[in-house]
Design a protein around this ligand. Structure first.
Ligand SMILES: Nc1ncnc2c1ncn2[C@@H]1O[C@H](COP(=O)(O)OP(=O)(O)OP(=O)(O)O)[C@@H](O)[C@H]1O
Ligand SMILES: [Mg+2]
Length: 297
């Protein structure tokens, strides 16, 4: 599958949620879509699944325009919206059966439901009403419905929200294994999710793409911009003042016997810091600092 996003913009009245997005994605891809609240992640996903119309631009799927390929997309898509309403009175199994019917799954429907129930660890809860499930269990029902029919294109909007660490790791791996012959697009605020499974990271802010590439390439850009320093207590206020003035951004604060050890990200790292190897999270913060510059490249 190939998805071409061309000059895509979306306006909600006066708010420009997406601003001239250009991107080509093809199978296989495991994509992490990251960006702050309000960056435009959900808007982009909603356009890709045909739930929302763009104000300008096109999305081409396998050579055809998205708005003319409703059936084509429906047969190949699994989608987990960020705020999905579940039919609270239905039992898990009934709900999945309902979604399967919407997806026009006729053959092996029972087996398919059984498969996703097992995959999401919900087999024992299949007869429970959705309203009796915990938040994380409901999230798993949402993931289960997205995975019905083994879609070629899986778009999941913050799928790991509310999952306990073990389940989060399990789902991360599930998405990753799944992406061998698919396009998986996953939005998240948890950089660790991206670090452990994604081969492509897309950083978006204010409706614009700031970076597209391998996570290691993002990290590479931040080399020389991440440092650590230990500050004695009586110099702390002065140090924090420097952050307030925008010299750097503190990403970690650890109290030590002598004062406080800070980890910072900075456009121009002063030589008073000990330079350290950036993590993907540092690199993401750096990308936000460098926003204007990134947007131009
Ligand atoms: N239905 C809507 N009507 C008006 N404005 C909207 C609507 N949906 C989103 N927006 C605005 O569009 C921008 C992008 O929102 P979007 O939901 O795509 O962000 P997001 O990256 O998914 O954020 P989050 O991380 O909080 O989920 C925001 O400024 C938001 O206020
Ligand atoms: Mg969102």
């Amino acid at each position: 599958m190939e998805i071409k996003i061309q000059n895509l913009s979306k306006k909600y009245k006066s708010i420009k949620a997406l601003d001239n997005i250009n991107l080509t994605i093809s199978t296989p891809a495991m994509i992490g879509l990251v960006g702050p609240n309000g960056a435009g992640k959900s808007t982009l996903m909603k356009i890709l699944v045909g739930q929302l119309l763009a104000t300008e631009g096109n999305v081409i799927i396998d050579g055809g325009s998205l708005n003319k390929r409703e059936k084509y997309l429906k047969e190949r898509l699994g989608y987990l919206p960020q705020d999905f309403g579940l039919y609270e009175e239905l039992r898990v199994e009934e709900y999945l059966d309902y979604i399967a019917s919407l997806k026009a799954i006729k053959e092996n429907r029972k087996e398919e439901i059984k498969r996703v129930l097992e995959m999401t660890n919900l087999k024992e809860m299949r007869r429970l009403k959705i309203k009796t499930l915990s938040g994380g269990q409901k999230q798993r029902v949402g993931i289960a419905q997205a995975m019905l029919n083994n879609p070629e294109l899986l778009i999941v909007d913050e799928p790991t929200v509310g999952l306990d660490p073990e389940e989060r790791i399990k789902f991360r791996n599930l998405f990753s294994e799944d992406s061998i012959d698919k396009i998986v697009i996953l939005s998240t605020h948890i950089i660790e999710d991206v670090e452990s499974i994604c081969n492509l990271i897309i950083v978006i802010n204010k409706g614009r793409i700031l970076f597209t590439g391998e996570p290691s390439a993002l990290v590479k850009k931040a080399i020389g911009h991440v440092g650590s320093i230990e500050i004695e207590n009586n110099h702390k206020d002065k140090f924090l003042e420097r952050e307030a003035q925008g010299e750097f951004k503190i990403t970690s604060t650890v109290i030590t016997p002598n004062g406080t050890k800070y980890r910072v990200v900075s456009k121009n790292l002063s030589s008073s810091f000990e330079e350290i190897v950036p993590s993907l999270e540092d690199a993401y913060i750096y990308c936000m600092l460098e926003e204007d510059e990134y947007a131009l490249t």
